[in-house]
Write a protein that binds this ligand. Structure first.
Ligand code: SAH
Length: 247
């Protein structure tokens, strides 16, 4: 998969993309991330890319000419993939389902805003859509781009060490993940649930499913509603595995 990221700070994207899972995915050939400096599209010697908003108001706005020509330079190579998404708090909310959609593509591209945002004509005529990472306002699109790139990258075959580890986790079945434990079995007087040490795989699986359901009911009733409520089987499972006593 190829991902092109247009940004005023390619070094932010590149430095993160070299490490850990993104670095490994790139080395394994599953992913290539290309960060492009929007200033390469500037038409003056100072590399100007922003200007004051028409109509007044605080802050600066990315100008259409430099941004569009930076995109066109890369698109002309024939290597860049669309869709190209503008990152914006006003975009479609990115989540695990969108990550799975993007992971199925051969590639896509991201445009990072800065300052107050970008001239609307860039979004209307050079981009194919807008993505938001949630109801929060960042100073620029770079972290949002990295959130998206990382969430997509870990779904690519060969990116995670254990190919199963992205299958059974939060949101994969519309549920939050069950609690996880590792050694030691007793930590400062707090014990690992006995069922996890029972060696009974069927029991472990049922307990995990019950915990997953309980967590989701308690913390994210919206997710339960989205899957149409609980089935009788799920209600029975919750009753069979009541919450553990707090220690
Ligand atoms: N004035 C804009 C916010 C600009 S923040 C507004 O009120 O909507 C500057 C840039 O950061 C944006 O252009 C966008 O690219 C990025 N950004 C900020 N918050 C974001 C979010 N929640 N998701 C994706 N990108 C975001």
């Amino acid at each position: 998969m190829r991902i092109d990221v247009f940004t005023l700070f390619p070094e932010i994207v590149n430095s993160y993309a070299e490490l850990s899972i993104l670095g490994r995915a790139q080395q394994a050939g599953a992913l290539s991330i290309h960060a492009h400096d929007l200033r390469s599209g500037a038409t003056d010697a100072r590399g100007t890319v922003d200007d004051a908003p028409f109509g007044g108001g605080a802050g600066m706005v990315l100008m259409p000419e430099p941004v569009c020509s930076a995109i066109e330079q890369v698109e002309a190579t024939g290597e860049m993939h669309r869709p190209l998404y503008f990152l914006s708090p006003g975009g479609r909310t990115f989540n695990q389902a969108v990550a799975r959609e993007l992971a199925a593509l051969p590639g896509f591209s991201l445009l990072c805003g800065r300052y107050e945002g970008a001239d609307q004509r860039i979004i209307d005529h050079a981009c194919d859509g807008e993505l938001s990472i949630g109801d929060v306002v960042l100073a620029g699109g770079e972290l949002a781009a990295l959130v998206i790139v990382e969430a997509v990258a870990r779904l690519l075959p060969g990116a995670l060490g254990n190919s199963e580890s992205s299958e059974e986790e939060s949101f994969s079945e519309g549920l939050l993940e069950y609690p996880q434990y590792t050694r030691p079995a007793s930590f400062r007087g707090h014990d690992v649930p006995a069922v996890l040490r029972s060696g009974n795989h069927g029991e472990v699986e049922r307990w995990r499913m019950a915990e997953s359901l309980r967590r989701t009911v308690e913390r994210r009733p919206d997710l339960i509603a989205a899957r149409g409520g609980l089935t009788q089987e799920e209600l029975d499972l919750l009753a069979a595995y009541p919450p553990l006593e707090a220690e």
